[in-house]
Design a protein around this ligand. Structure first.
Ligand code: NAD
Length: 327
């Protein structure tokens, strides 16, 4: 079994790869993994083992067709994480998002088709739905993306659907809510706040702090992806959530507490343009069809995440020195 993972040096991709290499997915204990990652500011080679007998690391671009045509033959599956992923950056540099998320995805799928890759999972996001005031999105909800990031992910999904429908590529799509956990770049809300607080610095909170996100531990997300890879149906979309909705101010208060800090470190900043108020996913389909259930309680997962950042300053300090993002 050979799996190619795009974006495997990023936050979620690297968790998926480390779990695969640790034998964490039943039936895949011997799987050989090729990571294809261009190592943008968000990718970190140190998030993966330096040397592992079942890992090949290739630094390259999903937009490079000839590289893909060389790499893909012999692979049994592709799990596609690679993306520009930070909403704030998409407000300033939308072209990068279209290039990687839309054109890069099309290029990857074209190469999968030409080389006969038997199975593809495309990782998308709940942000393609837009914002919801009440209730939760099911998979057949209309896509109403509000930011260039979300629009590029929605466009990528449409390309993916077309490669399934037109060409019969064996492909499924996942739409997950906000992830948290170790190895997340310190530009994103939770690691930004934790690392600021660990350094005794203030945390920037958008608007009135009442935006609601549904938080899921990265390990639960990756287990869901593995279920979709092995048992998901072609042409289908699977929502992945966790039911754990929190306002940004609630998250901030928990983090202040876990970092032994107080509310005097909160700095209110002007709201993000086009800031979605609430995300909420209905994940009945993946629970009923594939038997998925998240298993990391938020309190424990968050405490362990804070402890990980406390214990790994070398991992995040280099990235943070070049960042002043607000998550
Ligand atoms: P990330 O930004 O941490 O990692 C992205 C990785 O992709 C990086 O390692 C980067 O170097 C690589 N990459 C970027 N452009 C590339 C290119 N052209 N060719 C090859 N590699 C390239 O992102 P993440 O948070 O791990 O997200 C992974 C996927 O999951 C993304 O598709 C994202 O849209 C989706 N997602 C993320 C979340 C979340 O909360 N983080 C939630 C739902 C869905």
């Amino acid at each position: 079994m050979r799996i190619l993972v795009t974006g495997g040096a990023g936050f979620i991709g690297s968790h998926y790869v480390r779990t695969l290499l640790d034998g964490g997915y039943e039936g895949y204990e011997d799987a050989h993994v090729t990571v294809l990652d261009i190592l943008t500011y968000a990718g970190n080679r140190d998030s993966l083992p330096a040397d592992h007998p079942r890992l090949d690391f290739v630094r390259g671009d999903i937009g490079d067709l000839s590289l893909l045509m060389e790499l893909l033959p012999g692979h049994d599956a592709v799990v596609h994480f690679a993306a520009e992923s930070h909403v704030d950056r998409s407000l300033e540099a939308a072209a990068d998002f279209v290039r990687t998320n839309v054109l890069g995805t099309q290029n990857l799928l074209e190469a999968c088709l030409r080389t006969g890759v038997p199975r593809v999972v495309h990782i998308s996001t709940d942000e393609v739905y837009g914002s919801i005031t009440e209730g939760s999105w099911t998979e057949d909800w209309p896509l109403l993306p509000n930011t260039p990031y979300a629009a590029s992910k929605a466009a990528a999904e449409m390309i993916a659907r077309a490669y399934w429908r037109t060409h019969g590529l064996n492909l499924s799509v996942t739409r997950c809510s906000n992830n948290y956990g170790p190895y997340q770049h310190p530009e994103k809300l939770i690691p930004l706040f934790v690392t600021n607080l660990l350094e005794g610095r203030p945390v920037p909170l958008y608007g009135d702090g009442r935006n609601v996100r549904e938080w899921l531990h990265v390990d639960d997300h990756c287990r869901a992806i593995q279920l979709v890879l092995t048992r998901g149906r072609a042409g289908e979309v699977y929502n992945i959530g966790g039911g754990n909705e929190q306002t940004n101010i609630e998250i901030t208060e928990r983090l202040l507490d876990l970092c032994d800090a107080d509310a005097s470190l909160i700095r209110w900043v002007a709201d993000r343009k086009g800031h979605d108020l609430r995300y909420s996913i209905d994940e009945t389909k993946i629970r009923q069809e594939l038997g998925y259930a998240p298993r990391t309680p938020f309190d424990r997962g968050l405490a362990e995440t804070v402890a990980w950042y406390r214990d790994h300053p070398d991992w995040w300090k280099a990235a943070k020195d070049t960042e002043d993002g607000t998550g």
